[in-house]
Design a protein around this ligand. Sequence first.
Ligand code: IYR
Length: 224
Amino acid sequence: MAENDFPFIDFNRETYSPEDMLERSRTFLDWADERRSVRDFSDEPVPKEVMENILMTGSTAPSGAHKQPWTFCLISNASLKSKLRALAEEEEKKSYGGRMSDEWLEDLAPLGTDWEKEFIDIAPWIVIVMKRPYEIQEDGSKRQNYYVSESVGLASGFLLMAVHNAGLVALTHTPSPMNFIAKALERPDNERPFLLIPIGYPSKSARVPDIIRKSKSDVIEYYD
Ligand code: IYR
C-alpha cells in the first residue's frame, strides 16, 4: 500500500428523526447566529490547550484530496505580536490612505474599521492561518496541493466556530498585502499567509455594529 492510501472502514453515525433534526438544526442556527466578529479584546489569558483544541477543530475540515494544506502559527509572544502589529499597521495605513477604493472605504465605514490594529497587541493569542500551495518532499521536489484556498477557507470557518463554542471571540483580519507575515515568522517557501486571527475574550466595553444578516430568500435559490 502506498504511503497515502487509507483503508476503508465502516461508517456508522447516529442519525435523528426529522423532528429531532429540525430541533437540532434550529438550535445550532440560533447558536451560530450569536457569533460576531469582535475588534475589542481583553488581555485576559486563555489556556494554550484550549487554543490547540480550537486549531485541531479547524484541522478536521475537508480538504482537496485530503492534503490538509494548512499550518496554524499560534502566537502569544508579546514582542512578536508588537512586531506584527507595526508591520500590519504600516500596510493598512497605505491601504486606508489611498490603496482601497472610495467604494470599498464606504462599504467598511459602517463597520468602524481603520488602519489601527491595537487588537494584535492586546488579544492573548494571534493565529496566522498559512496555506500551503505545495509540499516539499524529502528529495526536495514539489508536490501540488488541490483547492488550497477552498480547503483553508473551510478550515478557518471550522476554527471560528470552535472559538465561538469556547465562549471566545475572534476577528478575521486580512492585512494586505500579507507577505510581511511569512517573512516575520520565517515560514518556509511553500507557505503563504491566509488570515490573521486574534482570539481571546471580548473586552468588557466591547461593542459590535448591529448588523442584519441576509434572509432565507436572499441567500437560498430553490430548485424543487
Ligand atoms: N484589511 C483591512 C480592511 C478590511 C477589509 C474588509 I473586506 C473587511 O471586512 C474589514 C476590513 C482591515 O482588516 O482593516
